[in-house]
Design a protein around this ligand. Sequence first.
Ligand code: UDP
Length: 194
Amino acid sequence: MKRITIMNVPFLNTDQHSFVALLNKRIQQKEKTFVVTANPEVVMKAHEDSHFMQHLRHATYIVADGIGIVKAAKMLNQPLPERVTGYDTMINLLKIADKNQYRIFLLGAQEETLQKTVANIQNQYPHINIVGSQNGYFNLDSNDITNSIVQLQPDITFVALGCPRQENWIASNLSRFNHGLFMGVGGSFDVIAG
Ligand code: UDP
């Protein structure tokens, strides 16, 4: 698929619907996938922090999270069809997960927020199998959390640690997993928790 590069960050030229269909196909084929939804702040951070930029290079797909990226692409005469936000992608993945009874792991946010997120997802998407959850206030360098997630073999792991923590955590741990979709979702658990 075509990519459009903005300040050295290669964005996938896709819309929300096609993107989620692509992700679903990869889940079904048990292909490992690392998704970054990048807004202008993420691009600026990558520009300023080479360590973070290195981690972004592990991403399977980077999509345009925000109208700022879509406008920048238009100005560069390489238009992107629309923004593909982390929150919308997460909600669309939850719908697909419900249909397909996917195994989900939720990593991040404060414990109370996390518990509410688990309850609300389970209520709204009863066929999703939430195989585990862990709040985002643990030692991010520890192998213990990674080991337990590896054992659970989730189809999708949503990582809500804020940027750049979530992308750094995924990039550092990705090689430990055989399959699964990993995506940083920022403050999405806070929204779902209500
Ligand atoms: N968060 C976390 N661990 C941390 C820092 C933040 O789990 O060490 C969680 C925080 O509780 C919130 C989410 O990450 O649920 C998003 O945080 P923030 O708003 O700072 O990130 P942003 O949306 O700006 O990427």
